[in-house]
Write a protein that binds this ligand. Structure first.
Ligand SMILES: Cc1cn([C@H]2C[C@H](O)[C@@H](COP(=O)(O)OP(=O)(O)OP(=O)(O)O)O2)c(=O)[nH]c1=O
Length: 196
């Protein structure tokens, strides 16, 4: 498959790793974070809309930021991953207590992981979203403590990384494994292929 060389507007090492696996030539852009709260949700905004809007804003911010110094013929890819449990949105945990609370809520239940991708290219912004249902086995307090002690929950939506030890918590998955990790391969390849 012939996919174009791109810029990746993401600080997530997982997204870089997935693009490497896809064989997509890319350069990572370190776009300065906006001032204020990290990716705030608008009042009453449905999670599906939130995750799409956030990915679009990341791609647009990167496009505005790079305009002059970089090669504008390269598409700019951004993504946003959010865990949704009973209409609540679980982002990255603020600290280990927060991580413990999130993991206890995910224990023995089904949640969904939404990853939106957005590509800024030649004044247009294209997007797609991958939605995956994930069932966790019941976790004991010891499971949660030792997982938190591993350091893996921090920096990850829902306080877990399926690609690490938390893979052992996943009893069933319906959707995209790479979407849960932060960049759905199928949707990303399809979006990049659809560019003019
Ligand atoms: C659920 C899950 C999330 N994650 C990660 C992917 C994302 O890095 C992170 C969700 O946070 P995001 O806000 O989507 O991304 P980010 O802040 O890490 O990076 P950037 O905004 O610069 O692109 O959670 C995993 O690595 N494994 C998982 O199983």
């Amino acid at each position: 498959m012939n996919l174009p060389a791109i810029y990746l507007a993401s600080a997530s090492p997982r997204r870089h790793e997935i693009l490497v696996r896809m064989g997509v030539e890319h350069e990572v852009l370190h776009v300065p974070a906006p001032e204020g709260e990290d990716e705030p949700r608008l009042p009453g905004e449905p999670p599906e809309d939130y995750v799409r809007r956030t990915a679009r804003e990341k791609a647009q911010r990167a496009a505005d930021w790079v305009r002059t110094p970089l090669d504008t013929s390269r598409p700019i890819l951004a993504a946003d991953t959010t865990v949704i449990l009973e209409h609540d949105l679980l982002g990255k945990p603020a600290d280990l207590d927060d991580a413990r609370t999130m993991l206890a809520r995910l224990s023995g239940s089904i949640h969904s992981v939404h990853t939106a991708i957005a590509v800024a290219y030649q004044d247009s912004l294209l997007e797609d979203v991958s939605i995956t249902q994930v069932r966790f086995r019941a976790l004991t307090p010891q499971d949660i403590d030792s997982y938190c002690a591993s350091g893996e929950p921090m920096g990850k939506a829902g306080a877990y990384g399926i690609q690490g030890r938390a893979g052992m918590f996943v009893q069933h998955l319906s959707g995209s494994y790479t979407g849960v990790m932060g960049l759905p391969m199928f949707e990303t390849a399809r979006l990049l292929q659809s560019l003019p």
